[in-house]
Design a protein around this ligand. Structure first.
Ligand SMILES: [Zn+2]
Length: 79
């Protein structure tokens, strides 16, 4: 699967306070960083996406998280 390193385009800031793993927010400017494989994906994916370890996968505006304890929610701003 093709992957773009979003860190080249965006700066990421962790949400403060960090949301609990049982209620991860999603929005166009929010991204999920997989703490297992360090891949960052948009929380509202327009196309099929997945992180390297399979913890995160998504499509059609929805992202599925296998283990929310191993996700950091970050806000992305264009550099
Ligand atoms: Zn992963």
């Amino acid at each position: 699967m093709q992957q773009i390193d979003l860190r080249k385009i965006y700066r990421f800031y962790p949400l403060d306070p960090a949301p609990g793993p049982d209620a991860l927010p999603s929005a166009g400017d929010l991204y999920y960083e997989c703490l297992e494989c360090a891949v960052i994906l948009n929380s509202v994916p327009r196309a099929q996406v997945a992180c390297n370890c399979g913890n995160l996968s998504g499509n059609d505006g929805k992202i599925e998280v296998k283990n929310p304890e191993r996700v950091r929610v970050v806000r992305g701003r264009l550099k």
